[in-house]
Design a protein around this ligand. Sequence first.
Ligand code: T46
Length: 135
Amino acid sequence: MASPLVQVVDIPQHGDARGQLAVVELGGVLPFVVRRVYWIHGTKPGVKRGFHAHKKLRQLCVCVAGSVRLSLFDGRREESVVLDSSDKGLLVGAGLWREMHDFSPDCVLMIFADAEYDEADYIRDREEFIRHVAG
Ligand code: T46
């Protein structure tokens, strides 16, 4: 059976009487060394983001506040997941078309990436992406 496109990992929480502390670390939930962190916030109503794939980049997406729906497409199958808790992370491998929909107004989506920003790693045309994964 094909492996699932959506790979959700549990982020360890260290809660005590003061509240919660969540940890993302190499050897824990992170299968790669982080070289860049960015976050998406203040998203306007109705906005959709993404609509591209990466040739090599691997990322872990954590919705640290609010909620968002991410959809992934590998050229044949499409799956989506709602991220609405900071104790879950979505691992997004290379070669997947991604779209972000249904941002709540308070959404803060934090992304840990295994490489610096490189526009040459993006495929921003869906038909080009389908040709890319077809080989
Ligand atoms: C991804 C999804 C989940 C930079 O200059 N440096 C950066 O590290 C990033 C991520 C973006 N930018 C610039 C490039 C554009 O001028 O910020 C602008 C907005 O980027 P973009 O339209 O690609 O944003 P999204 O939300 O569509 O996609 C982003 C990431 O780019 C992408 O890698 O996987 O979030």
